[in-house]
Design a protein around this ligand. Structure first.
Ligand code: SF4
Length: 349
């Protein structure tokens, strides 16, 4: 049985360790690898890096992150192999959604990754999520040739000054991102789905302008043109002072009102998305299991470590106040939703 290997590549953004991850299967960790949530869409996460610093970032990504202490790049063949294995187990008809807890365009082997995924008969579509800052015509053309089906693009305002504030970096060039989006629509077979994040009281008018623009330029050649994302606050994410996220009930009520006033559809069923429930790839461990792990690396967030199970080859997140890298431990699985186990340490073995 193969195992997963972490190699330190150096430091990035002063103190964070950058790891290269190789091996198979890359399942169990939320930050990288492949996540199966029981549908035909697999989340494929080859990188955690992001050059932006969005003030609402739910995963505290980017150079100015306060909660991260490690970043990861995943070996391309390892992630392709894992995606293929899970897609085949599901019986094919799978979308590989490269969604990441950073920006997919930081991945050095993105074009090769898309090309290899597209060659798998069990994978019917490949899509990428991004805020668009690293898009350029050359990459877009290469992704088009590699067979990329869709880009989910987050643009949260049509105002370049406001975009610099929302994206948290002075150099963010919204005009260029808009130009690239329009280039995708008019010059490639890649579809575009526009997904602004709505932050109540901050960009209320802006998201309306964004979805109108998405419809106007012809986004949604095959998939829905636009969806408004809800601003959420997460444990390790950034939060905007004095801005309270809407409840889901209020959010959907407002979206329905917006749809009526604009005459544009903004909410989509699973069927309209081409999504369906599918059997899950079997998870080798369960909540309550006690298992032996070798702690191999830091996790993305401070105080988090990654263990590789001995014998079952799945990654396990282990919170710890002391450095436990290199130790062999007995741990108990406390949480295991979607086969993303989090464990507590019982003792050394
Ligand atoms: S919201 Fe996305 S683009 Fe913005 S900092 Fe977070 S990961 Fe990067």
């Amino acid at each position: 049985m193969e195992t997963v290997k972490f190699t330190v590549q150096g430091r990035i953004w002063s103190k964070r360790i950058l790891y290269l991850v190789e091996g198979y299967p890359l399942i169990g960790y939320i930050g990288f690898g492949v996540i199966d949530r029981g549908t035909n869409v697999l989340q494929v996460r080859p990188t955690t890096l992001c050059p932006l610093n969005c003030i609402f970032c739910s995963v505290d990504a980017g150079p100015y992150s306060r909660n991260r202490w490690a970043e990861f790049l995943v070996d391309k063949d390892s992630i392709v192999e894992t995606t293929k294995t899970i897609a085949e187990y599901k019986g094919g008809g799978v979308e590989a959604l490269i969604d990441t807890i950073g920006d997919a365009f930081t991945y050095p082997w993105l074009i090769e990754l898309v090309r290899d995924l597209k060659e798998e008969p069990s994978i019917t579509s490949v899509a990428i999520e991004t805020h668009g800052e690293l898009l350029n015509k050359d990459i877009i053309d290469k992704l088009d040739k590699a067979g990329l089906d869709r880009i989910n693009l987050s643009i949260d305002t049509m105002d370049p000054e406001k975009a610099r504030i929302l994206q948290g970096v002075k150099w963010f060039d919204l005009r260029r991102v808009i130009d690239m989006a329009e280039y995708i629509i008019h010059n490639t077979d890649i579809d575009l789905h526009v997904t602004p994040v709505w932050i109540p009281g901050v960009n209320d008018r802006d998201v309306i302008e964004v979805v109108k623009w998405a419809y106007r330029i012809g986004a949604g050649k095959k998939w829905p043109p636009a969806t408004i994302q809800k601003y959420n606050v997460h444990k390790y994410g950034r939060r905007i002072p004095y801005v309270k996220p809407l409840s889901w009930r209020v959010f959907w009520k407002r979206i329905k009102e917006l749809e009526q006033s604009l005459g544009l559809k903004l909410s989509w069923s699973m069927e309209e998305w081409g999504m369906k429930r599918m059997k899950r790839y079997p998870c080798p461990i369960r909540r309550g299991d006690r298992i032996a792990v070798k702690v191999s690396a830091r996790g993305v967030f401070r105080g988090e470590y990654i263990g590789v199970t001995m014998g079952k080859t799945i990654l396990v997140t282990i919170p710890s106040r002391r450095n436990i890298i290199g130790e062999k431990l007995l741990v108990e699985i406390k949480y295991n939703k979607d086969c993303l186990p989090i464990a507590r340490v019982i003792g050394k073995i």
